[in-house]
Ligand binder design. Structure first.
Ligand code: IMP
Ligand code: MG
Length: 187
């Protein structure tokens, strides 16, 4: 499908690979004697997670959740719901949540609360991109790939209207039209 969006590369494939290696090394040290369970948030985190777990040298189990938020296209409303739950038992496990982007923080705040009901030994968060400009709740992100303050980003798993997930780098997108929720500062 031809689209009229313009894309500007912000992070290259090589820079991502280098940073993912560093994160993997750090996580491997921190989880040396723990029972690590990595929980990826679908769909956005799937590529990041696939690369990250292969840079981690300690044993782990992996699982996924899928969350839906009632929002407009470019900003979540904070009303989050789980559409696919975890399948592993995480009681007494050391959970590391892998997310694509932390934006308002509402999605992760909700997920963290739900996961804690399962009584894990610990819950930490690793995100590819920390986008602090629109943060609404204070949440502690333990591992951050890249700080990118603003803009709507696609590629490396991230989408705009389900497009561009396959791009190997991270790009800032200016849509060919202005969807609901698009604010000028995103440009
Ligand atoms: P929030 O932290 O609850 O606002 O929402 C984070 C979620 O919104 C992420 O998991 C992404 O799915 C989505 N999101 C936020 N910013 C972007 C972006 O720049 N590109 C693609 N998805 C985004
Ligand atoms: Mg997401």
């Amino acid at each position: 499908m031809a689209r009229n969006d313009s894309l500007e590369q912000i992070v290259s494939k090589e820079e991502i690979a280098k940073r993912v290696k560093e994160l993997g090394r750090q996580i491997s040290q921190d989880y040396k004697d723990k029972s690590l369970v990595i929980i990826g948030i679908l769909k956005g985190a799937f590529i990041f997670m696939a690369d990250l777990i292969r840079e981690i040298s300690v044993p782990m189990q992996i699982d996924f959740v899928r969350l839906a938020s009632y929002g407009n296209l470019m900003q979540s409303s904070g009303e989050v719901r789980i559409t696919k739950d975890i399948e592993l038992n995480i009681e007494d496990k050391d959970v590391l949540v892998v997310e694509d982007i932390v934006d308002t923080g509402l999605t992760l705040q909700y997920l963290e609360e739900v996961l804690k009901l399962h009584k894990p030994a610990s819950v930490k968060i690793c995100c590819l991109i920390d986008k602090k400009e629109r943060r609404q709740v204070s949440i502690n992100v333990d591992y951050v790939g890249f700080d990118i303050p603003r803009g709507f980003l696609v590629g490396y798993g991230l989408d705009f209207e389900e497009n561009y997930r396959e791009l190997p780098g991270i790009f800032k997108i200016i849509p060919g039209y202005e969807p609901e929720g698009f604010i000028p500062s995103d440009k």
